[in-house]
Design a protein around this ligand. Structure first.
Ligand code: FES
Length: 106
């Protein structure tokens, strides 16, 4: 298991044991983490899985695809460490990563 520390829009921490191979979005939804909506179910067409990734882990992630970059333009509250969590695959390298959700997903 890989420990992912989510922070909800209200600022509440939620520690989740994620499974390698699932996405950071799927681990959040499976555990009912508030703030990750994932309306499209992970097919990269909604941007409601937008979150802020722990800066120290950004270099461990696969680079953003052009489609992810395009979709992030539809998200609100985008920052430099914004990613779509359905595009991040859980691996042992992400153990201890913090994922902060944005104030809203609209
Ligand atoms: Fe829709 Fe990530 S769940 S883009």
């Amino acid at each position: 298991m890989v420990r992912i520390n989510y922070v909800t829009p209200a600022g509440d921490p939620v520690e989740v044991n994620a499974k390698p191979g699932e996405s950071v979005m799927e681990a959040a939804v499976r555990n009912g983490v508030d703030g990750i909506v994932a309306a499209c179910g992970g097919c990269l067409s909604c941007a409601t899985c937008h979150s802020y990734i722990d800066e120290s882990f950004l270099s461990k992630l696969e680079p953003q695809s052009d489609t992810e970059k395009d979709m992030l333009e539809y998200a609100s509250h985008v920052e430099g460490n914004s990613r779509l969590t359905c595009q991040i695959e859980v691996s042992e390298a992400l153990d201890g990563m913090t994922v902060r959700t944005p104030p809203t997903q609209d």
